[in-house]
Design a protein around this ligand. Sequence first.
Ligand SMILES: [Zn+2]
Ligand SMILES: [Zn+2]
Ligand SMILES: [Zn+2]
Length: 758
Amino acid sequence: MRVEARVRGIVQGVGFRPFIYRIALENRLVGYVRNRGDAYVEIVVDGKERDVRSFLQDLVEKKPPLARIHNVTTKHLKEEKKFRSFTIMKSSEEVELSGSVIPPDIAICNECLDEMGNPKDHRYNYFFITCTNCGPRYTVIKRLPYDRPNTTMHEFAMCDFCQNEYAAPINRRFHAQTVACQRCGPQVYLTSNDGQQINVEDPIREASRLLEDGHIVAVKGYGGFHVATSTTKSEPIAKLRTVKHRAGKPFAIMARNLETVRSFAEINTKEAELLTCHVRPIVLLKKSTDYYLSDLIAPSLHNIGVMLPYTGLHYLLFDETEEPAFVMTSANPPNEPIVTNDSRALSQLGNLVDYFLFHNRRIAQRCDDSVIRVHGENISLIRRSRGYAPAPICLRQPEDTPVLGLGAELNTTSCILFKDRAFLSQHLGDVENLETLQFQRDATDHLMRLTNCKIEAIACDLHPKFTTTILAQELGEELDLPVFQIQHHWAHAAALMAEHSLDEMISIVCDGYGYGLDGSAWGGEILDCTRKSGFQRLGHLEEQPMVGGDLATRYPLRMMAGILHGTADIEGWLLANCGCFPHGQKEVEIMFQQLGKSLVPKTTSCGRVLDAVSAVLGICYERTYEGEPAMKLESVALAGRNVVELKSITRENVIDTTSLVNEIFNQRNTFSTADLAFSTQSYIARSLALLACEKAKQLGVDVVGFSGGVAYNEHITSIIRRAVKEHGLRFVAHELVPPGDGGLSFGQALAAAWQMKA
Ligand SMILES: [Zn+2]
Ligand SMILES: [Zn+2]
Ligand SMILES: [Zn+2]
């Protein structure tokens, strides 16, 4: 019997063809296997019927750990020419319409790790040890099919040893495109900050000693450069903050191992699982009571971003040092993407670091580390990037039109929606300037090439001036495709509906800013959402003035002034505390003149209300990074109780926030800051849940979802979750894409596809 099987899924670069070869031999079959462009893996087997069946069963049941099979189609073939053996055929250059993609980067596997530590092994101490089960993928592949000449490994000709392993079907490195060793593969070297090579026997262990001594070292990794320092000494971190102009934004760290992490942070089972899985994301962990690392790593926050080593080089860095962890922050100049190119690293980072730890393999695609937070049992993706991109999100309901979504402005990603799959790009950053825009264009092109999807529509934000909106319009004209501008909060909700395969949902969407249907700033919304007819705004937080526009985002006391203007003697209080404003008394006076004229722009943003309270309580007067005042408020609230039982006040579907901020202001000397912070979050969460549940019941909808950047806040999310369940309704939150703007491109693409269908 001769059968052809086509396998779609993540089946390239994960040792799939070698696996097919092995099970074909085991089942006494002849024939061949080959990659078909980016479309699928084609297998033809010939043998006894019983053996063919057993082969097809093994195919699904014994597949390599990293392979994901989305579907297998089989058909009988006529037995024309005879096969003598089973072979792995050279990849077909033929490209057929879409489907399979290459896998994301995978952390070093235990077998490679053991070999690297074994003095008798050929790759003892070799920093770029990989096999079919591990190593970089997305960041080395330039084009498909995934074969060595199409990767940045093509510059390294294999030595005989590696070649033999590569060609031996029973070897773990059989057809491993990144196979390399000390003799033939990429080399690592240390330089001073002006690029002068420093001759040392062991550059990696030397770099580790330099870190231990308090130096700053830029380390080239899989998808870009990290800037590393000690975590126990404050001087280098302080220096890094000064030269990086990064006053308080937390730095991620890389810890030696799980046991070490336990010495300074609390880890539950879910968090331990995430830290050690093959993605190796940065996980936000609660600092423990014996936290002993420098306070400058994540100042005034209750949590810290931790990851474990994921490459051979990382493990070697920890090999001979006593340091529990190193700071490992993405090396990107302000508002620019992570640096990947060696000469650019020297020019951009030379003044920031003392040394460079380079290797001579080029990076095909930049990719930042992923970031995750765990809420009890539920995960909340903050950044879906290395280890995830470009693996698709599988949808239960396929869509007819392939759409490209381009996101909004901050934490952008691109997304290609194709039938029942959505391919999200890596984290692209804040697309506000030429560098990030170029990055988005390149990454989007790359994603289109890899997926080979022919898009038929483009989706972007409703904001007319976002760089991504302009890009969408340009692409629309270039490719002659329709452009759909999707309202920001509707896109958040659509992403959530698609994840859970819902047709209708009442959605609470809270974030910092989104362009509303009326052109004003939205951000504390309750929407009725349906696939058929889009969304309807049912209610929102009270509109509050943003005196000075964007300045009110940077200086939350301005939000407080706007909210309390006319209700409390806020002017007197601010004048007494005018030192908190960059221009002192003068600034306060001008602010109140403006407030008197009622021409001030307004916002319903939940983030801005949390910011205002953070300022009232003296927790944060200036926002130096996205989300800072609200994040610090959450950290303070952790020690609090719900002391000020504020009753939810909602008038005509508008949730009162003036009385909340007023009450907090009046009680600020009566109760502790922690209790007031706690009470604020409770009030907002309860009020939103109450209004959403009321609307759900009125409209006969049984699901309430929560999306937007505020959903990262564990306290607010858990109160909404509980309240919705108490009302007998189903609660949903994001599991597959970030609730923040990193998930928007996905929601935009879906909302556009639904609109086209309607
Ligand atoms: Zn391996
Ligand atoms: Zn070699
Ligand atoms: Zn948003």
